[in-house]
Design a binder for this molecule. Structure first.
Ligand SMILES: [Zn+2]
Ligand SMILES: [Zn+2]
Length: 265
């Protein structure tokens, strides 16, 4: 089993030491770690923050890969923050560097950040969630150079609403459009367990969305903890896999050189 979504010191919002993460991964029995540090072009308020030096990034992780080769598979990924106005920049970078894995994530909508609350100002919960999902649909279709859509439901972590989860039944039309587009493009979605460590209290997206993904014929799922701390690696993976199995999925995947490798569950 691989943890397919983790953040090291290369991410502005993480201090996780990559070597410590590897130690921890071996201790808890993971077979691989996929480092997916943040790149978010044109981030509101601090444009220079969520960017990485790609040459340094590849050189650092290539060395780490060699060091841990006998115990742990290390793969080099990136979590690419989508906004419509930065698609050219994204394509340019992804064409130039040989990542193993690319997560296409929406963190910012209309140049507003859900994390700071700015995105929610002047919107009801339903308006906010719908607009957020529209942006995910836009991200699915805006370019091709990615492998999975990250954490569908991320924005729900940060709204100041009593009942936070973004449920399939309340947004079924737009979620169907997203899932069908993902499947048609031969991409996947991720099961992100970070929501289980927050007051959201569920995976992102929830199992209801995976159930629908299964019904529609989807079969590419990566599982990631979205860890910013070593102690969160592999968080709630057994619970997540149990739910996926009960839905009917037979595999999860990780990506090597942008190709899916299926693992039986
Ligand atoms: Zn993210
Ligand atoms: Zn992340």
């Amino acid at each position: 089993m691989h943890d397919n979504h983790i953040h090291s010191k290369f991410s502005t919002d993480s201090n996780m030491d990559a070597d410590e993460a590897c130690k921890r991964a071996v201790e808890i029995g993971l077979e691989g770690l996929v480092f997916t540090d943040h790149v978010d072009y044109d981030y509101p308020d601090f444009d220079e923050s969520f960017l990485i030096d790609y040459n340094e990034y590849f050189s650092f992780f290539s060395k780490l890969k060699d060091k841990w080769e006998s115990k742990l598979q290390i793969l080099i990924g990136v979590e690419m923050g989508f906004q419509p106005q930065v698609v050219d920049k994204i394509n340019n970078i992804l064409n130039r560097y040989d990542f193993d894995f690319v997560i296409n994530s929406v963190h910012i909508i209309e140049h507003k950040d859900p994390y700071t609350g700015a995105f929610f100002i002047g919107r009801t919960q339903q308006q906010a969630y719908e607009r957020y999902l529209e942006e995910i649909l836009c991200s699915v279709n805006a370019y091709d150079n990615y492998d999975v859509i990250g954490h569908i439901g991320y924005a729900a972590r940060y709204g100041n609403f009593e009942d936070k989860p973004l449920r399939y039944k309340d947004y079924s039309d737009i979620i169907d459009e997203i899932l069908k587009a993902v499947i048609e493009k031969g991409k996947g979605i991720e099961l992100n367990t970070s929501g289980l460590r927050s007051d959201l209290g569920c995976t992102i997206p929830g199992y209801d969305v995976f159930k629908r993904y299964f019904e529609l014929g989807g079969e590419v799922i990566t599982v990631g903890s979205d860890s910013h701390f070593a102690e969160h690696l592999g968080h709630s993976f057994s619970e997540g896999l149990e739910h996926l199995k009960n839905i009917g999925f037979k595999h999860v995947v990780h990506f090597e050189k942008r190709k899916p490798v299926f693992e039986r569950i």
